[in-house]
Design a protein around this ligand. Structure first.
Ligand code: SF4
Length: 384
């Protein structure tokens, strides 16, 4: 968690556009999975660019996200980058943080060594494994480049990672989490997917609705039904653990809390301090701009930000004047930066109503848990 009180710089490093999977909703869009890789020279120059900027602007914390494609396909560069960026940041007195977003299909000795180095350098590991859940869903949505199932590999790798972290006394519960996409044809499996990850001992389980689907109002009851099943399950977890922690975790991770207020044109406030650097060293405001509309480049690591650059403004003007529900930026039919999509709004409204009811239910449970001082048997009696 990054404190809002410390000025920080968030930089996504797109280490490669290459990927060994072909997910059906891949965000790389038409540019998906090209074989461009970031060289170490570019990675090093990116570290120089960002850290010099941070130092000159009094920014004390730089957080790097290793992103792709599948960034572990460029592990050699990632390893060298970690050492280089940490050393340089230390010289400047700047704190470093890292996170990795991977599809979970790659696991080897070099990766383990990288994790140990990372932990040694920052005392914190943050890995997001993008995976969709039960084999039926994972294999349909996230097949390999040859169309082969991937669920077995991802499951094995999750278990190996968990065991490795435990062996090395690194808290696995806070070191990795799963992030899943809910597609229209698998929405009825949302609860099963949630349960699948929880039963693997994963603490932090995130889900989001796919942006690439034509969601309709008629899908909302199924969505709410699945959330209800999850709430029932979490309720059972709370009773078993004699604690509200499972609910608190679920609130944070699957959104069992009222949605954050919508900030119109949220991305207008993005500054250079939140950017993505792509394999050739170009800088974008965020990764989607690179993958979907390259007209909005901010600059590059060699020449810096283009002085006359008006890309954010041009983007917003274009977005403002767009009247349909297709996002001007990315062409997806679900999201526009103005959040004007009505269906999305209706989903949020339905979810909010559900969450208010759920909260009341857990508040009631909370009283019983406290009253019984976490004695499992007494709680059971109190509830029944
Ligand atoms: S793992 Fe990521 S980059 Fe690879 S195909 Fe899937 S969504 Fe695209």
């Amino acid at each position: 968690m990054i404190s809002d009180t410390i000025p920080h710089f968030l930089c996504e490093l797109i280490l490669t556009e290459d990927c060994n999977l072909r997910c059906k909703y891949c965000y790389e869009n038409a540019n998906r999975c090209s074989n461009s890789y970031m060289s170490f020279d570019i990675a090093k120059k990116s570290a120089d660019f960002v850290l010099d900027y941070a130092f000159n602007h009094g920014i004390g914390f730089v957080v790097w996200t290793f992103f792709g494609g599948e960034p572990l396909l460029n592990l050699d560069v990632m390893v060298k980058f970690l050492h280089y960026a940490v050393d340089k940041a230390n010289q400047y007195g700047i704190k470093s943080g890292f996170s990795l977003i991977t599809n979970g299909t790659i696991y080897n000795k070099q990766y383990e060594e990288f994790i140990l180095d990372w932990y040694k350098a920052t005392k914190k590991v943050n890995i997001q494994i993008s995976t969709d859940g039960i084999p039926e869903v994972q294999d349909k949505n996230r097949a390999s480049i040859n169309g082969q199932p991937t669920s077995g590999t991802v499951l094995n790798n999750i278990l190996k990672l968990k065991a490795f972290l435990e062996q090395n006394h690194i808290d696995y519960k806070s070191s990795f989490h799963t992030h899943s996409i809910i597609t229209k044809d698998a929405i009825s499996k949302f609860f099963l997917n949630y349960k699948y990850f929880r039963q693997l001992g994963i603490n932090h389980v995130e889900f989001m609705l796919s942006y690439n689907e034509a969601w309709e109002e008629s899908d909302i009851p199924e969505y709410i039904e699945q959330l209800s099943l999850i709430a029932d399950y979490v309720y059972g977890e709370c009773i078993e653990a004699c604690s509200l922690i499972p609910y608190e975790n679920a609130r944070l991770i699957i959104g069992l809390k009222p949605p954050a207020p919508i900030i119109e044109n949220k991305r207008t406030i993005r500054r250079l301090e939140e950017c993505a650097i792509v394999p050739n060293g170009d800088i974008y405001s965020f990764e989607n701009m690179y993958f979907h509309n390259r007209n909005f480049k901010l600059g590059n690591i060699f020449d810096g930000i283009i002085e006359s650059n008006n890309s954010i403004k041009t983007f917003l003007d274009a977005c403002q004047s767009s009247n349909d529900t297709t996002c001007f930026q990315c062409g997806r039919n679900m999201e526009c930066d103005k959040y004007k999509n009505l269906i999305r709004f209706k989903y949020n409204e339905a979810k909010k109503a559900f969450l208010i009811e759920t909260k009341k239910r857990f508040d009631k449970l909370s009283g019983k848990l406290n009253y019984n001082k976490c004695n499992e048997l007494k709680v059971f009696n109190a509830i029944n």
